[in-house]
Write a protein that binds this ligand. Structure first.
Ligand SMILES: O=C(O)CCC(=O)C(=O)O
Ligand SMILES: [Fe+2]
Length: 333
């Protein structure tokens, strides 16, 4: 367990300051899960995953009062005295401030990372953060995870349908597996005294199959388009944002794009975001789905590997690194 004292925290160098103005706003594709036309939603989801690896979900059925309670509980947790938050510190799970991962990446952010078990959000067994957060926070986290995982599985089924796969559960099954390596991260970007933009969370792709994000009304999330240009994502407290992760890029033989994104802090208001990362079980063998490889004339872009293998290799990388290159075949070019 790494617990930083207040003195140590102050000594950590701040991330690089970027140019003053945010990039232009993104035209984020939107999918309404309540529109009643599953085939149209499936087509829209697949197109968004191919074009951007990113889209917004409305009509999701997660009650607004649950979102408001979660936001309030997160704000209360991060408002605790530093000493108390440090009691929940741990690696990789638990509370951390400024340090992202184990390889020197820094951001203007503090966060709580929790492993998600079949029973709901929970700290990794034996971690120091078990029981450290207020019990009201624990209850709302568990309720939130149950609701967001249900919605995530609906989205994953639409992805399979949009790809024309016979097995609609091919992705959702991995997230519902009792050994699924899923996580919940609650990020808090404190208001910065700095008038220019600070790196809150440096650029990266998410490793898992899918990430489902909800934030308060402070913007800051930015994504790249296929040509590499950055665009900013206007905040929307009533919707969820979905990212395709590395594992889904592999399963779809590169057809769905694992979107590169980052958070830049420029607001006087704190940003609070909560992200559910749906991952496969560690033993799961990941490889492009045969049906999708056939459609590309047998061209297979990634070799087979287990999720455990990917994680062991990713553990040694920096946040911005492309973690899929060591699994690419010669056929990617
Ligand atoms: O906090 C955010 O809005 C996004 C953070 C993020 O990309 C992550 O936690 O993987
Ligand atoms: Fe991310």
């Amino acid at each position: 367990m790494v617990v930083l004292t207040k003195g140590e925290l102050e000594q950590i160098a701040l991330p690089a300051v970027q140019r003053a103005s945010p990039p232009p706003p993104a035209a984020v594709p939107e999918v309404d899960l309540a529109a009643g036309d599953a085939a149209a939603a499936a087509r829209a989801v697949a197109k968004a995953c191919e074009d951007h690896g990113f889209f917004k979900v409305t009509g999701h059925g997660v009650p607004p009062h649950l979102l408001a309670r979660l936001e309030a509980a997160a704000a209360a947790f991060f408002a605790l005295p530093q000493r108390e938050k440090d009691r929940a510190a741990g690696c990789p799970f638990g509370y951390a401030s400024k340090r992202i991962g184990a390889n020197g990446d820094l951001g203007w952010v503090e966060y709580l990372l929790l492993a998600v078990t079949a029973a709901g959000a929970a700290a990794a067994p034996g971690s120091a953060c078990e029981g450290a957060e207020p019990s009201c926070f624990r209850a709302v986290l568990d309720e939130y995870v149950a609701a967001v995982r249900r919605m995530t599985c609906t989205v994953l089924q639409l992805m399979a349908q949009g790809l024309g796969l016979d097995d609609r559960d091919v992705f959702s099954r991995l997230v519902l597996d009792r050994d699924s390596d899923s996580m919940l991260r609650v990020n808090h970007y404190p208001p910065a005294a700095e008038t220019r933009r600070l790196t809150g969370f440096g650029e990266h792709t998410d490793p898992q199959i899918i990430s489902v994000l909800r934030s308060n009304d402070a913007s800051g999330l930015e994504i790249t388009l296929r040509d590499g240009t950055w665009v900013s994502v206007p905040s929307d407290t009533e919707s969820f944002f979905v990212n395709v992760g590395d594992a889904l890029q592999v399963l779809t033989n590169g057809r769905f794009r694992s979107v590169r994104h980052r958070v830049m802090v420029s607001s006087a208001r704190p940003r609070v975001s909560v992200i559910f990362f749906g991952g496969p079980p560690p033993r799961e063998r990941l490889a492009p789905l045969p049906g999708l490889v056939d459609r590309e004339g047998g061209r297979r872009r990634y070799r087979e590997f287990t999720w455990r293998e990917y994680k062991n290799s990713a553990y040694r990388t920096k946040l911005a690194d492309n973690r899929l290159c060591s699994f690419e075949t010669m056929a990617t070019s």
